[in-house]
Design a protein around this ligand. Structure first.
Ligand SMILES: [Ca+2]
Length: 540
């Protein structure tokens, strides 16, 4: 039989068997227009020439798999604390610098976030030859007593390190702001890439810039070795700039060039990479600590003029895998066509799930970058190639964390209701298994609701799972997979589930390269079905 198309914001999916019949549907829609709040944080850091980071499990040098959505560990098994950082390649080695915030260890321990404070603890360094396995090189800047530089209550972040040939100094450039020192760009130097880095100066004004200090910033190193600061202005962050570091010692940001003025909505997470002769200036939206879509504009000259700003394709369906544009690493110099997107997930402040570092490969369609939102992939840093991991979860926004506020639709999913008497209900709630949010299909009077996602994936056998809570008592409640070239697979969920319970639909045999997964609930006033951490993973 043919199933009717459902009208709603998400468009072209079909509904499964049973349910369909009645659904003529009140469209609910979609995707969050998240108001741009003003942002507490400051930018991200840009990498140096090449290179990047990666998460991964401890030791085992044969491990080439980067796993997003978990807290990465170094080769000793200790958690990696590196946020708002960047990577510098020295010889064959990548050095990854970032910030350890006091709240980061606390969040791993108890998964409770407090966005009200950002306490600086240390700048960390890690080294790697494969961008996957990272060895701790220790803390290269440690927090000092109050009233001194590197204060505990200062903002320190969005940093990068560059090497100056003539002075033979490694120069660390970061945002710094405190009551005693003011706000600006701070410079610290070291004789080695592994520190310690010593304070040099704080630059409180950059020539040609609208306002003092910077919005989010990173460091980018051009092919000729010249480093640049890539940033927006502080405050409304609508002005985007490129500024060279002073050639004689890299200890000053030179006069800036305005390369873009956003008509509305500021930009953060400003970072640059170069690919096939084009400079890519990339940014996030102004979502504070939360995730957002990512944008790019290109120019054959670093000073511009740049193209209009465009969306980085693939970042819109789960807000850059629930992260913020951080910095980039052209792997193997970009020879394999791969650039790593190194995003920050500020979960210690946003409470939006597990993991601080979200790294995914970018490829290119012509000159347009494409974001591959993978929870797992293997990387060959020597060749610059990658493959989807065997354990990859093909569901986008599986933990419902992309939307930072209550919504009647959630990013990446299509919500549909039938028989609504009132306005569309809110479908994300702060009663989560992990992170802050979960999905809910809650009934007011007698209604039918569904949340579906159409997934494109290789043919094969998959298991669909989700964590579920429910009032029970619905006429129909189910988690299902449908439209994959085989029989519909589903599990019924009409019994009460007071605690989060994992349910599983194994043996989803995909034969046509796609599947629709979803939750459906037909129930009456006061009945509800919640889901969190949905996964669709190939059976091994
Ligand atoms: Ca969640």
């Amino acid at each position: 039989m043919r199933y009717p198309r459902v009208r709603n914001t998400g468009g072209s999916h079909r509904l499964p068997g049973l349910l369909l019949a009645l659904i003529a549907c009140a469209a609910v829609g979609a995707v969050c227009a998240i108001p741009a709040t003003a942002a507490v944080q400051v930018g991200t850091v840009g990498p140096a020439t090449a290179a990047t980071p990666a998460g991964a499990s401890p030791s085992s040098h044969s491990n080439r798999t980067i796993r997003n959505g978990d807290f990465w560990r170094d080769t000793s098994g200790a958690p990696i604390y590196s946020q708002g950082g960047g990577v510098l390649k020295v010889g064959d080695k990548y050095y990854w610098y970032g910030v350890k915030y006091e709240e980061a260890a606390g969040y791993i321990a108890n998964r409770k976030s407090d966005g009200s404070a950002t306490r600086f603890n240390a700048v960390t360094a890690y080294s790697s030859t494969d961008l996957v396995n990272w060895t701790s090189e220790g803390e290269v800047i440690k927090v000092a007593a109050p009233g001194k530089i590197f204060e505990r209550d200062a903002w320190l972040g969005r940093l990068g390190v560059v090497y100056h040939q003539r002075t033979r100094k490694y120069v660390l450039i970061t945002q710094y702001g405190s009551k005693s020192a003011g706000n600006g760009v701070l410079f610290a130097t070291s004789d080695t890439p592994t520190g310690p880095f010593t304070y040099e100066r704080l630059q409180t004004q950059i020539a040609n810039v609208n306002g003092a200090a910077t919005g989010d910033q990173t460091v980018f190193i051009d092919d000729d070795g010249q480093p640049y600061l890539i940033f927006s202005n502080s405050g409304e962050r609508r002005h985007l700039y490129v500024a060279p570091l002073r050639a004689s010692d890299y200890l000053q940001v030179g006069p800036a060039r305005l390369v873009h003025q956003a008509p509305a909505g500021g930009r953060e997470g400003n970072a640059m990479f170069k690919h096939n002769g084009l400079y890519y200036f990339c940014s996030s939206e102004l979502h504070g600590w939360n995730a957002s879509r990512s944008y790019y504009m290109t120019s054959p000259s670093i000073d511009g003029p740049y193209t209009p700003e465009r969306l980085i394709k693939g970042t819109e369906n789960d807000f850059s895998h629930v992260s913020q544009n951080g910095f980039f690493i052209p792997v193997a110099g970009g020879k394999g066509g791969t650039v790593l997107f190194a995003g920050d997930r500020w979960s210690n402040y946003a409470g939006n799930g597990n993991g601080y570092n979200i790294w995914v490969p970018l490829t290119f369609e012509g000159t347009a970058p494409v974001f591959h939102s993978l929870s797992e992939f293997s990387l060959d840093a020597g060749r610059g190639t990658w493959q989807v991991g065997k354990g990859n979860n093909y569901v986008l926004n599986p933990g419902f964390e992309a939307d930072r506020v209550a919504q009647t639709g959630v990013t990446g999913w299509v919500l549909s209701w039938t028989n609504l008497k009132g306005p569309s209900p809110t479908v994300n709630v702060q009663d989560s298994r992990t992170g802050r949010w979960a999905l809910t299909l809650a009934h007011d009077q007698h209604t039918m609701g569904s949340a579906v996602q159409n997934v494109t994936l290789p043919n094969g056998r998959y298991t669909l799972k989700a964590w579920i809570k429910g009032s029970g008592g619905q006429k129909v409640a189910r988690l299902y997979a449908y439209g994959h070239g085989g029989p519909e697979a589903a599990i019924t969920l009409e019994k009460p589930l007071a605690e989060w319970t994992e349910v599983s639909v194994p043996g989803v045999q995909v034969a046509n390269g796609s599947v629709q997964i979803g939750l459906y609930s037909e129930g009456s006033d006061g009945q509800w079905l919640k889901a969190d951490d949905v996964s669709l993973v190939a059976e091994q």
